[in-house]
Design a protein around this ligand. Structure first.
Ligand code: ZN
Length: 480
């Protein structure tokens, strides 16, 4: 009643006009499609119909191709990142799979639908320096399970070159890749446990190696990701598998400009021997610092005997619970000239706990240690090496300096004295900090040989108090 009748009428007229145009478009499309399919005779290849359109990814558009060839429907979306090396790397991966599909069809095409080839991509993350792309392919045949395939890369957006995991770690590539391999195996083991499956260590060691994780994705500024195809690192029934790793435990290996362009790297400081921060004689002589985590335990007494006999000092990052149980060993560590540091009360990854939990993990352990030794610790080793800028800031407020390491023996993974010995000798440099665990018999077994070999090379084994001295709180150190 409120609407004017004339206007009402005009609206109807417009609707009819729109409907007519719409029907014409539909009819045209049907006509075009019928020509398209009529043309699809055996052996006749129809030129790809390509078009470009924008994507939601900044600066990246798509080139699409929709082709019916010998009974196979190819629907492909290629990325156009505007850097030819990037575009061609992704395209050649897709085209190679497409080629492998076309090959068996060389015989006479007898008509009918033989399958569908779908390829597309997604951008996991990007900024002006890099782009992480996943390409995904599904091939489906009638009456068949089909083929799923995927590949991923992180590209340098300026050069178009793939940034390998090794390149991400720069001059710490060997250690960084080895750590990443171990973390991925751990994550896969945990994922299997959640599926109530048991996974064989030997299996994980075979399928996850430095060779199988050459490429990586940047998921966000603090997470890298690895995608594995169905049946490659887990049973087929588990489907495709994704492992996301926080960079918190990899900070040490990311101290380079390449990594900083991609990720929010927490700076790990190296004290310059020329700096006034160093008041110790390690600025003049060859020092090396052995550090032992997770004790005190059953092997600690034997280790202290070895160190005493060889006139070597070391550092012990003790766990609060161990201090309660083995106070006498901690007292002995301090009395015999070693540094006793804080390795928290219950060994959580400090990047995963609340601020108040972090503070009490540190403060409670500090008071347990100072009750036994009479000295309040200055150094903290974050469990699992997990740090970020926020954690470092809290260390500062608690008056602590964080200490990681420059020589990673990975003795918790390889319980083998020869391997541990070799890693220390290979990595030995003046000012190096070595991480070991005095709860592992194989680690303690390696110590006499390590000391003998390096003392013969002129090294002095010093505590962290001797090597780093009174460095500022709130910083993270990995070597002198
Ligand atoms: Zn530990």
């Amino acid at each position: 009643m409120k609407y004017a009748p004339r206007r009402h009428h005009r609206n109807h007229f417009h609707l009819r006009l729109i409907a007519a145009v719409f029907l014409l478009v539909i009819a045209g499309a049907i006509a075009a499609l019928s020509i398209y399919y009529v043309n699809d005779r055996p052996g006749v290849r129809i030129g790809p119909t390509t078009y470009r359109r924008g994507t939601s990814y900044d600066g990246i558009s798509s080139r699409s191709s929709n082709v019916f060839d010998r009974g196979v429907h190819y629907v492909i979306e290629y990325p156009v990142a505007g850097v030819s090396a990037i575009d061609s790397t992704v395209a050649s991966y897709i085209d190679q799979l497409r080629g492998s599909m076309a090959a068996p069809a060389d015989g006479p095409y007898l008509g009918g639908d033989t399958g569908e080839f779908n390829a597309s991509y997604l951008v996991r993350s990007a900024n002006r320096d890099y782009i992480s792309i996943v390409a995904q392919v599904n091939i489906t045949y009638p009456m068949d399970v089909g083929v799923h395939d995927a590949a991923y890369w992180t590209f340098d957006r300026h050069t178009g070159q793939v940034i390998s995991l090794e390149q991400l770690f720069g001059d710490r590539a060997a250690d960084g890749v080895a750590r990443t391999v171990l973390y991925i195996r751990q994550a896969l083991g945990e994922q299997a446990a959640k599926r109530h499956e048991r996974v064989d260590d030997a299996y994980l060691e075979r399928v996850v190696t430095a060779d199988t994780i050459r490429d990586f994705l940047v998921r966000d500024r603090s997470t890298i990701e690895f995608d594995f195809g169905q049946g490659t690192v887990a049973p087929e029934s588990a489907g495709p598998v994704t492992v996301a790793l926080s960079i918190d435990r990899l900070q040490l290996f990311l101290q380079n400009d390449q990594a900083r362009r991609l990720l929010e790297v927490t700076n790990v400081t190296t004290v310059r021997s020329t700096s006034s921060e160093v008041t110790t004689e390690c600025s003049r002589i060859k020092c090396i610092a052995l550090t032992f985590d997770d004790g005190p335990g059953a092997e600690t007494g034997r280790l202290l005997d070895i160190l005493k006999a060889k006139r070597a000092h070391a550092s012990f990052f003790v766990i609060g619970g161990g201090v309660r149980r083995n106070a006498a060993l901690v007292k002995r560590e301090a009395t015999e000239g070693h540094t006793v540091g804080n390795h928290t009360l219950t060994h959580p990854s400090l990047t995963l706990v609340t601020d108040s939990v972090l503070r009490s993990e540190i403060a409670t352990t500090n008071s347990l240690i100072s009750q036994v030794t009479g000295v309040r610790p200055h150094f903290v080793r974050p469990p699992n090496g997990a740090v970020n800028a926020h954690v470092a800031g809290l260390f500062g407020e608690e008056g602590m300096a964080g200490v990681l390491w420059s020589i990673d023996t990975r003795d918790w993974a390889d319980h083998n004295s020869d391997v541990i010995y070799n890693r220390v000798i290979a990595g030995a440099r003046p000012g190096a900090i070595v991480v070991l665990h005095d709860i592992q018999p194989t680690s303690v077994d390696a110590v006499p040989r390590i000391i003998d070999k390096l003392q013969a090379q002129g090294y002095r084994f010093v505590s962290l108090d001797e090597m780093l001295g009174n460095v500022p709180a709130g910083k993270i150190y990995s070597s002198l």
